[in-house]
Design a binder for this molecule. Structure first.
Ligand code: GLN
Length: 290
């Protein structure tokens, strides 16, 4: 466990300095023992719950390390009781119970979670990760999709683009906030030359939203269901305009290392079962009221 923390910390530093906030003092080449004293927040307390709550595995069974985002509601977020909850958290738990495997959640943030799986320090990723051809081509192996989502541009509340033929014209000469390494960032980057806007990259969703609310950026790009829920729950002064969405893609659980195919197979089998027995619908209803 300690070794794992160190390894994921190093991976995190190697791939994404800014995502690692408080870890910058930890020496990258620390021997395991020293490194093990690194900040405890690397593995948030709520993660323990997920592991304990998972189906009782035979002792000696492998504990799969599952990397997740930090704030991506309603798929993952910390609730008012300080518990790490969300659709991804509940789906993972239900699948693990169904399949009888043990797991531990590491809530690392989007690009740190991606980096942890790429570096082999986490076995799988569940973080509202869009299944894209580019990601598959770069070595990601996805489960069946478990939720469809588009990406959308998002404006400050009251932004009026009604006089424009094309709402994207509003962005000419302005800045758009995106989250590092996301499908939303790809969507913005694919349009910036055509519409003449610049792009600024943020490490997490809440900071990106704030940049728009504070007026530093004219818009941000976020997954549509995430933005809708975050506006509603956080009472954010933001709005989702019409007609500025990507084609979208399903979210999938993902691995990179083919040696973890067993985990992916269990995820797919468990997902099929929880769709069949109604658990999946209950989870969606619990968080989205759908
Ligand atoms: N669905 C988006 C993607 O896959 C964003 C994921 C996230 O920010 N957690 O890139």
């Amino acid at each position: 466990m300690k070794k794992l923390l160190v390894m994921s910390m190093i991976a995190c530093m190697a791939f994404s300095m800014t995502a690692c906030g408080s870890k910058e003092e930890a020496p990258a080449q620390a021997p395991a023992e020293e490194g093990a004293e690194a900040p405890a927040e690397e593995t948030p307390a709520p993660a323990e719950d997920g592991a304990e709550d998972a189906a009782a595995p035979a002792s000696g069974d492998k504990t799969w390390i599952i990397a997740m985002d930090t704030v991506f509601r309603p798929f993952e977020f910390t609730d008012e009781n300080g518990d790490f909850v969300g659709i991804d958290v509940d789906v993972m738990k239900a699948v693990a119970e169904d399949q009888g495997f043990n797991y531990e959640i590491q809530s690392l943030g989007w690009d740190a979670a991606v980096a942890a799986v790429q570096a082999g320090q986490a076995d799988g990723l569940i973080a509202g990760a869009s299944i894209t051809d580019e990601r598959k081509a770069s070595g990601w192996i996805f489960s069946e999709g478990y939720y469809n989502a588009t990406q959308t541009f998002v404006f400050p509340e009251g932004t009026d683009v009604s006089g424009l033929d094309d709402p994207f014209e509003y962005l000419k000469g302005k800045n758009v906030a995106v989250k590092n390494g996301t499908a939303g960032a790809d969507f913005a980057n694919s349009l910036k030359d055509e519409y003449g806007f610049t792009v600024t990259v943020f490490e997490d969703s809440p900071t990106m939203y704030q940049d728009v609310i504070l007026g530093n950026s004219a818009a941000c790009v976020e997954d549509t269901p995430i933005m809708a829920d975050s506006i509603k729950v956080g009472n954010l002064a933001l709005e989702i305009p019409e007609g500025m969405e990507s084609d979208g893609a399903p979210y999938g659980f993902a691995i990179m290392n083919e040696a973890n195919q067993e985990l992916l197979d269990m995820f797919n089998a468990g997902l099929a079962n929880i769709r069949e027995n109604g658990t999946y619908d209950q989870i969606i209803a619990k968080y989205l009221g759908e």
